[in-house]
Design a protein around this ligand. Structure first.
Ligand code: IMP
Ligand code: MG
Length: 177
């Protein structure tokens, strides 16, 4: 049986995102395009762009879709782009937004894609950072929460496509626990 225990409430997430957006707004100069990594970032991104707007930084929104998981709790390490690639005008700063940076392979892959497409001003943002599991060398400019090595769900984040619609962030028991 899978049980989910709350890690951050909806109110705690909202409060942190307001502060994070204010911080981002002080550090980005010029026009901003936010690129969300699908699917996990969709709820975070929706809240983040509105908080950025309140902080005085409106943005364009694009998405790119990566996959590395299948239906397992452990990433395969092979990251692939599924579907189209976002169109970004070079004079804009890109904020690449993911739900979780774990091994770092996904965000490193997304940065390479954007750099290969000619984007030069790239900043990175994640709701959750799990630094203990890092494999790729990546700089994450903005982090919502640093968390231990727990498998988390909710607030857009899934386990085998379940739990994305939970309004809070929770952790699930390990598969082999
Ligand atoms: P990375 O490539 O190992 O950094 O993994 C990043 C992606 O794996 C995240 O964007 C998530 O989609 C997924 N992921 C990592 N940890 C978790 C977790 O605890 N729950 C659900 N998905 C996760
Ligand atoms: Mg993801």
């Amino acid at each position: 049986m899978t049980t989910v225990k709350q890690m951050f409430s909806a109110d705690e997430l909202a409060a942190r995102i307001e502060v994070l957006a204010a911080d981002i707004a002080t550090k980005v100069s010029g026009k901003l395009t936010v690129i969300g990594v699908l699917k996990g970032s969709f709820v975070f991104l929706a809240d983040l762009v509105r908080a950025l707007d309140r902080a005085g930084l409106p943005s364009h929104v694009e998405f790119l879709r990566l996959s590395s998981y299948g239906n397992k709790q452990k990433a395969s390490g092979d990251v692939v782009l599924i579907g189209g690639y976002p169109d970004v005008n070079d004079d804009r700063t890109v904020l690449l937004v993911d739900d979780i940076v774990d091994s770092g392979n996904s965000i490193a892959y997304a940065m390479k894609l954007l750099e290969a497409g000619g984007t030069t001003k790239i900043m990175t943002c994640t709701l959750l950072d799990k630094p203990s599991r890092r494999e790729a060398e990546v700089t994450v400019d903005f982090v919502g929460f640093t968390i231990p090595d727990e498998f988390v769900v909710g607030y857009g984040i899934d386990y085998a496509e379940d739990y994305r619609s939970l309004p809070y962030l929770g952790m699930v028991e390990k598969e082999d626990a």
